[in-house]
Ligand binder design. Structure first.
Ligand SMILES: CC(C)(COP(=O)(O)OP(=O)(O)OC[C@H]1O[C@@H](n2cnc3c(N)ncnc32)[C@H](O)[C@@H]1OP(=O)(O)O)[C@@H](O)C(=O)NCCC(=O)NCCSC(=O)C[C@](C)(O)C(=O)O
Length: 287
């Protein structure tokens, strides 16, 4: 059983798995203002008229957990042990996920998010022990109209150590289609604000460097997935039916990101990397 380094609290998997089945429900209206702010940040088109289809993956900004300041953990997220299990590993990351699209949310509609913890597993990674928490989100519109089903994989890791360094992975290949994104601190801050995500690794550079051991501000997994999914929809001329993605390495605010895509029938393979860097996110869109 993977355990954290000496000196850290032991991991009681049976305790953590007691969180499986725990759920949380919240609702919020997709306002034209939110859609405009989302489009301005992500650089996508948006018709803010009532009843128009809202931009793809705007649901990630809808009805986020709104914990009081006194209920936050060191990293700026709601303290663990509430909806999410009290994993005794300090560094949280978005490891991957999948979206199945049923129907578009519409501007002016109230959208409901029902989130359920569906799995908790421990693995031994090259960088140390990893605890994966899987959350299933059901997103519905008025009259429980199904809009989207999402699987979210959250991973918790131990403190950064010098021994956690791994061999440099190979540089990502070049895709047939490419789009360049500059991850400025302003872009990262705006996406944090849109999603009410207080995670300090995205906007608090001294914390990201000195406490979590990253070389800069961390690019959000959900923002990168959104950029790739929008790229896929633009290339295909319509939104995908499903979108799967996995975060393989971290991107920071110190270099441009290249979105790559390669078509194959009704599937589009996508990946993101910095120039000359390894694949940071690998994704697949099915149409
Ligand atoms: C995920 C890390 C820690 C694995 O780290 P590793 O390299 O040590 O793992 P590994 O040795 O490659 O694999 C070990 C095991 O884990 C599995 N595994 C490996 N990767 C994944 C994955 N993605 N999803 C699911 N499973 C995964 C893998 O299949 C294997 O399982 P096995 O033993 O059964 O064969 C490493 O790849 C990494 O650091 N990835 C980048 C993460 C990242 O940058 N995320 C986005 C930024 S964080 C963020 O946006 C935050 C936010 C929005 O604020 C927020 O808190 O929600």
């Amino acid at each position: 059983m993977p355990q954290p380094p000496t000196g850290s609290a032991p991991i009681d998997l049976a305790l953590l798995r007691g969180w499986i089945g725990r759920s949380d429900t919240a609702a919020e209206t997709v306002t034209p203002e939110l859609a405009r702010r989302f489009a301005a940040t992500l650089g996508c088109g948006c018709d803010p008229a009532a009843g128009a289809a809202a931009p793809l993956l705007i649901h990630l900004c809808i009805a986020p957990p709104a914990a009081a300041m006194t209920d936050l953990g060191r990293d700026g997220h709601p303290a663990k042990g509430g909806f999410l299990p009290p994993v005794p590993l300090p560094r949280r990351m978005w490891a991957g996920g999948a979206f199945t699209f049923h129907d578009a949310p519409r501007i002016g509609e109230e959208i409901t998010r029902r989130s359920t913890v569906t799995d908790v597993t421990l693995k031994q990674g090259r960088t140390g022990p990893l605890c994966f928490v899987t959350v299933q989100h059901e997103i519905t519109g008025p009259d429980a109209r199904p809009l989207l089903t999402e699987r979210q994989d959250i991973v918790y890791r131990s403190e950064a150590t010098d021994t956690a360094a791994k061999a440099a992975p190979p540089a990502a290949p070049a895709g047939h289609h490419q789009r360049r994104i500059t991850p400025t601190p302003t872009l990262l801050f705006r996406y944090s604000a849109l999603t009410f995500n207080g995670h300090r690794i995205h906007y608090d550079a001294p914390y990201a460097r000195q406490v979590e051991g990253y070389p800069g501000l961390v690019v959000h997994g959900p923002m990168l997935a959104t950029l790739l999914c929008h790229f896929a929809a633009d290339l295909h001329g319509q939104p995908p039916k499903t979108f799967h993605f996995r975060s393989l390495s971290t991107l920071f605010d110190d270099a441009d990101i290249i979105l790559h895509a390669e078509a194959g029938g009704s599937t589009l393979r996508l990946w993101a990397a910095r120039d000359g860097g390894p694949v940071a996110m690998d994704a697949r869109a099915e149409f």
